[in-house]
Design a protein around this ligand. Structure first.
Ligand SMILES: NC(=O)c1ccc[n+]([C@@H]2O[C@H](COP(=O)([O-])OP(=O)(O)OC[C@H]3O[C@@H](n4cnc5c(N)ncnc54)[C@H](O)[C@@H]3O)[C@@H](O)[C@H]2O)c1
Ligand SMILES: O=C(O)C[C@H](O)C(=O)O
Ligand SMILES: [Mg+2]
Length: 474
């Protein structure tokens, strides 16, 4: 695969040219020398001397966009009128909208959906609260709630800046699983206040997907809400990620022919995702996990100002390896990155055991660029959609909530999470599996249906389903 196939971004440059001063070919050459690839040309206006063209240009790195702009501005006879970034264009006005299910065409419709007839529905729900599940959007609606404190790997960028990610999650819920999801970004990072607000919002929703809330606050917020609410509360960055990671690791180990109880795993970023992934791997039989955060490997001889880290240090790193990532990664079979872009070096991967598995899952920039190590890895994966092997929680959250809503589950318990991981892993057959295809694509239609089915079965088996969907009745 060429580097151009990976991570392409495109911009449209509107350029006015004085044909007596500059030839079009010079403009194209300048763009390509700055790393851009002109993939389409639209003539907007032309007369004998002046022509205006829109050039669609793809780049592999965002930094190349500025280089191209600066270079074109220097060309004598060419004037850059404007630059449109297609990603920004797509975000104008946000990415989702509300739509009524039925039109209000006349007075009769009006009195049904609204006063006076709607009052009968309100009274029915007042008399039997369960009816909210059938007579309101609660049946099919999930809140995607963030406080903007750990947005992708961008960190604490606040609630306004978190919104595009939450809108994106809402789109995916709808497109992949027909779940109506509503993004809500809170202007508070106070644990108690978040718990209070989410509880107060909960009557509207059939489930709560917590997103991009940093650790350790995310643990308390999720567990308290789960105790206090009767609808599923699921922190996507913890469990959604762990489920998909586990499915991908089962598959990758088959390729490198290693057994789960013999591998040494190094995980960077001992936050929400890193801790949840570690726990699922321990439950699956991994014996040696070393967690590395900013100050190096977590060891139980140290006491941390973070209860989760103290627990983590007591329950991992059996050989008490200490030091930096480069120190502890020697002979590791698996690297799992859930920290920040660019922190893993080629030298570190060279020091790993034979056929190393590298899952660099930080978003949007992975811990290492796959191109740097493609010749030395056994299996490589990232969290991004523009590289092969996308290990991203989008493979789990749509199907999990689809299943949970369909059986009106009161929670998403451990059995349901494991069942979801098995469902994802089962989509790829032994014949299909190869090092570039360890995990199904987000667009593989079998994923949501298999996850949904497994989640409902596990919910029924563990008595957390309040409704048995028809196809599951014995
Ligand atoms: N691919 C996926 O599906 C997926 C899912 C969840 C999270 N992630 C990614 O994982 C990362 C962490 O997300 P989170 O929700 O756990 O956030 P978090 O804030 O809860 O945890 C991040 C942890 O990484 C540590 N960290 C940051 N920079 C580091 C560095 N240079 N070296 C070592 N440790 C470092 C932080 O100290 C923190 O403990 C983000 O990049 C996020 O995009 C990916
Ligand atoms: O949003 C994503 O792409 C995955 C994950 O939830 C993350 O925070 O990185
Ligand atoms: Mg997230």
């Amino acid at each position: 695969m060429s580097s151009r196939d990976l991570g392409g971004k495109s911009i449209i440059l509107r350029i006015e040219m004085d044909t007596e001063e500059i030839k079009f070919g010079r403009v194209v050459t300048a763009i390509s020398e700055s790393g851009g690839d002109v993939i389409a040309i639209d003539v907007i206006q032309t007369d004998r001397q002046i022509t205006v063209r829109d050039l669609t240009v793809t780049v592999t790195e965002t930094t190349q966009i500025n280089e191209i702009i600066d270079r074109v501005k220097l060309l004598k006879g060419a004037k850059l009128i404007h630059v449109s970034d297609r990603t920004f264009l797509l975000h104008l006005g946000g990415k989702i909208q509300m739509q009524p299910k039925t039109p209000i065409k006349n007075r009769e419709d009006l009195s049904r959906v609204y006063t006076p007839e709607v009052a009968r529905i309100c009274t029915a729900i007042h008399e039997d609260k369960k009816k909210a599940h059938t007579l309101t959007i609660k049946k099919n609606t999930v809140a995607v709630i963030s406080d903007g404190s750990a947005v992708l790997g961008l960190g604490n960028i606040g609630p306004h800046a978190a919104m595009p990610v939450m809108e994106g999650k809402a789109m995916l819920f709808k497109q992949l699983a027909e779940v109506d999801a509503f993004p809500i970004c809170l202007d508070t990072q106070d644990t108690e206040e978040i718990i209070r607000i989410v509880k107060a919002l909960s009557p509207t929703f059939g489930g709560i997907n917590l997103e991009d809330i940093s650790s350790p606050r995310c643990f308390e917020i999720e567990s308290r809400l789960n105790e206090e609410l009767d609808i599923p509360v699921f922190h996507d960055d913890q469990h959604g990620t762990a489920i998909v990671l586990y499915a991908a690791l089962i598959s990758a180990l088959k390729i490198v022919k290693k057994s789960i109880d013999e591998i040494k795993v190094v995980i960077t970023g001992i936050g929400a995702a890193g801790i949840a992934c570690s726990k699922i791997l321990m439950a699956a039989g991994v014996k040696e996990i070393i967690g590395v955060d900013r100050e190096g490997a977590l060891v139980n001889s140290q006491s941390y100002n973070n209860e989760m880290w103290n627990w983590y240090a007591d329950n991992t790193n059996p050989n008490q390896l200490s030091g930096s990532l480069s120190d502890v990664i020697k002979d590791a079979d698996v690297f799992i990155g859930l920290s920040a872009g660019g922190i893993l070096k080629r030298k570190d991967v060279e020091n790993m055991a034979a056929d190393p598995i590298v899952f660099a899952m930080a978003n949007p920039t992975p811990e290492i660029d796959p191109k740097e190590i493609e010749d030395i890895v056994g299996v490589m994966a990232t969290g991004r959609s523009d590289y092969p092997n996308q290990i991203n929680n989008v493979l789990s959250f749509p199907g999990i909530f689809r299943g949970a809503l369909d059986c009106r589950a009161t929670e998403v318990n451990e059995e349901m999470k494991l069942a979801a991981a098995e469902a994802i892993a089962s989509v790829i057959t032994d014949e299909e599996r190869n090092s570039y295809y360890i995990i199904p694509s987000v667009f593989n239609q079998k994923v949501v249906e298999k996850v949904r089915r497994n989640v409902i079965e596990a919910a029924i088996d563990t008595n957390v389903a309040r409704k048995i969907p028809k196809q599951f009745r014995k």
